[in-house]
Ligand binder design. Sequence first.
Ligand code: ADP
Ligand code: MG
Length: 284
Amino acid sequence: MEHIVKTENLVFEYRVAIEGDESAIETKAALNGVDITVSKGEFVAVLGHNGSGKSTLAKHINCLLSPTSGGMWVKGISVTDDEQLWDIRSSVGMVFQNPDNQIIATIVEEDVAFGPENLGVMPAEIRQRVDDALLSVGMEKYAENPPHHLSGGQKQRVAIAGILAMRPDIIVLDEPTAMLDPIGRREVMRVVKKLNSEGITIIFITHYMDEAAQADRIIVMEEGKVVMEGTPAMVFEQIEPLKAIGLDVPQVAEIADGLRRAGVALPQGILSVEHLVEEICRLK
Ligand code: ADP
Ligand code: MG
């Protein structure tokens, strides 16, 4: 399958001043040789505990950061090709954790219009894009409302609409549900899956295992490296290795594992309550 994001031995070092010594600079590797390939149209979840390099990787995808060494290509374009940075930036939308930091306008539809305005899109086309984007995230009824009355999940959907209005090929979401309640998380997840089904490539950083379980593929990071990679069923079978790096598995996978250990003949790869129920019913 055609790849849309690819890295080869990607290294990124932050330069940090050493406290108490103005002239001394220390380098600290946040990415330490990352090799990933994301296919066009794929939904990839990225897991890893705090400080493992997830956000640093995300910021490379739309060229907010540029590699210290190694290679990185987005849509086949090298991120070191300065002349095509604009092309990459306008194809990659970023959604961050805190919806309040991403919404700037005082009216929802004006906020969604910011992105295409900055891209120089014609006003009539902007109108169409804003309407389409709000409809796509189910926020069309709130077009003329001020955003500050919205719930966290609604604000995050407006932020996603703002990205959509720029017509990106790839959306990178960096813990977009971390500050949301369960309802808001579900709303955002539903929108993300819908956009993916419409062909947008999704890179979804999360620390919620049940969200990662819904991706096509999971990439697990630890200390600036990819340490595990595969389908959710494959990755969440690795209960002990995941626990060793401070990660969990979805609760239902752990229950299935406990039952298996107790001698119940369940297959591997159970990641949803529905699937578990189905398999248990089949046992009788
Ligand atoms: P994650 O998103 O997985 O929590 P990050 O990519 O934010 O991880 O951070 C990876 C490493 O880089 C951490 O050790 C972190 O302390 C360091 N780091 C992140 N941002 C900066 C920065 N602006 N300056 C210096 N070090 C940073
Ligand atoms: Mg982060």
